[in-house]
Design a protein around this ligand. Structure first.
Ligand SMILES: Cc1cc2nc3c(=O)[nH]c(=O)nc-3n(C[C@H](O)[C@H](O)[C@H](O)COP(=O)(O)OP(=O)(O)OC[C@H]3O[C@@H](n4cnc5c(N)ncnc54)[C@H](O)[C@@H]3O)c2cc1C
Length: 328
C-alpha cells in the first residue's frame, strides 16, 4: 500500500498494454493489473493463431506475434505488470484517488483507466475432484515456460488450436506427450492437425478425464470413453488443460465505484473520461457514438486517456507530442 500510482490500468488486453506503454512514455508511475497469467486479453485467450489484417503497420500479423510486440514495447519502460490478479473492488478515496482491491493486494492510485474489455478472463477449469488442489503444481492452464516440462510425461486435455499447438511445442522438450480429446476429430486448423497426426504425440480419443490421484509422486489418470464404458489409465507427471477461457463482468458489477454504463459498457466523453473524477475507460468495455470494437480503436483511446490524466495530475509538466523526440 506504500506506493501511490499515478495511473492504474485494470485489464491487460491490447487497450491496457498500449495505454501502459504510453503512460510510461509520459513518465507516469503506472501499473497494469490483469486477471490472467498472460497479457493480451481476447487476442491471446481467444484467437492466438489467427492473422490480424487491420492493425496499422502490419500487412497481416499473427495475433500471438502482435501481443509479443506489444509486450516488447511495454517492457522498455518501468511499467509494473501484475498478472493473476483480479480487481475485486474499486473504491473512491476522495477527489484525488482510488483504492484498488485485488484478490491478492490493495493499491492506491491517483487515476484509474478501465481497460476491462469483455470482462475478466479465467480458464475453463477441469471439473474433476481433487483437481483444484493440484492447480499450478501438477495441473496447469497455460504454459509460460516449456522448459518446466523437460523430460516429463505430460497429458494435454483439449481439442482446439491451443491444445494442438501446446502438444506440438512440448513434444520437443517433454519425454512423452499425450493429447486427450472428447471427440475423435480435432477442431484445430487443418495444417496443425496434419502436423499433429505426423508427430510423436500420442492421441487419446474420445475420452474424458474421470479421476486424478496422486500416486508415488505421479498423477494416475483414469479416463472414460465418451458414449462408452471403456476405462483407460495413464501415469503422467503433469496435466495441461486447454479448454478455453470464460469472461465475466460479475466482479465489476460488485465494485463500490460504478461509473455510468449503458448495456454494461462504460459511458465516456471525448477524452475517454467516465462521469467520475480521474476515472477513464478505453477499449471494448466502453461506449460512445461511433465506437468500434477494434484493436486500432483501442490503441488510439489509450494515449487520449493518458494525456488527459497527465494534464490533470501535472498541469505544469508538458509531455512531448512525438515519440521521435525521445530517447528510449
Ligand atoms: C474471434 C475474434 C477475432 C477478432 N479479430 C479482430 C481483428 O481481426 N481485428 C481487430 O481489430 N479486432 C479483432 N477482434 C476484437 C479485438 O480482439 C478486441 O477489440 C480487443 O481485444 C479489445 O481489447 P481490450 O483490451 O479492450 O479488451 P480485451 O481484449 O477483452 O482485454 C481485457 C482484459 O481485461 C482483463 N480484465 C477484465 N476485468 C478484469 C478485472 N476485474 N481484473 C483484472 N483484469 C481484468 C481481462 O482478463 C482481459 O485480459 C476480434 C475478437 C474476436 C473475439
Amino acid at each position: 500500500m506504500a506506493e501511490i500510482y499515478d495511473i492504474t490500468i485494470i485489464g491487460g488486453g491490447p487497450a491496457g498494454m498500449f495505454a501502459g506503454f504510453y503512460s510510461g512514455l509520459r513518465t507516469a508511475k503506472v501499473q497494469i493489473i490483469e486477471s490472467l497469467s498472460q497479457l493480451g486479453g481476447q487476442v491471446s485467450a481467444l484467437y492466438p493463431e489467427k492473422y490480424i489484417h487491420d492493425v496499422a503497420g502490419f500487412a497481416g500479423i499473427k495475433a500471438v506475434e502482435l501481443i509479443s510486440q506489444l509486450d516488447k514495447q511495454l517492457r522498455q519502460l518501468p511499467v509494473d505488470v501484475r498478472l493473476n490478479e483480479t480487481v475485486t473492488d474499486l473504491i473512491q478515496q476522495d477527489e484525488n484517488g482510488y483504492k484498488i482491491v485485488t484478490n491478492k493486494e490493495t493499491y492506491l492510485s491517483k487515476a484509474v483507466i478501465l481497460a476491462t474489455g469483455v470482462g475478466a478472463f479465467s480458464p475453463r477449469r477441469l471439473a474433476v475432484s481433487g483437481a483444484q488442489e493440484l492447480e499450478n503444481r501438477r495441473i496447469f492452464y497455460t504454459v509460460a515456460h516449456p522448459e518446466q516440462f523437460r523430460d516429463k510425461t505430460v497429458l494435454i486435455a483439449g481439442g482446439g488450436d491451443s491444445a494442438i499447438d501446446t502438444a506440438l511445442m512440448l513434444q520437443e522438450t517433454a519425454k512423452h506427450v499425450y493429447l486427450m480429446h472428447r471427440r475423435t476429430q480435432f477442431r484445430g486448423m487443418e495444417h496443425s492437425v496434419e502436423l499433429l497426426q505426423n508427430s510423436a504425440v500420442e492421441l487419446l480419443t474420445p475420452y474424458l478425464l474421470k479421476e486424478i490421484t496422486l500416486d508415488n509422486d505421479q498423477l494416475l489418470l483414469t479416463m472414460k470413453e465418451v458414449k462408452g464404458e471403456h476405462l483407460l489409465q495413464k501415469r503422467v507427471d503433469d496435466v495441461i488443460v486447454n479448454y478455453g477461457f470464460i469472461s465475466n463482468n460479475k466482479t465489476i458489477r460488485q465494485w463500490q465505484v460504478q461509473p455510468s454504463q449503458e448495456h454494461r459498457m462504460f459511458v465516456v466523453d471525448r477524452q475517454m473520461k467516465t462521469d467520475l473524477p480521474l476515472l477513464y475507460a478505453i477499449g471494448d468495455g466502453v461506449d460512445y457514438e461511433g465506437k468500434l470494437d477494434l484493436i486500432a480503436t483501442a490503441f488510439a483511446e489509450g494515449p487520449m486517456a493518458v494525456s488527459a490524466i497527465m494534464k490533470q495530475l501535472y498541469p505544469d509538466r508538458r509531455g512531448p507530442l512525438h515519440s521521435t523526440s525521445m530517447d528510449l
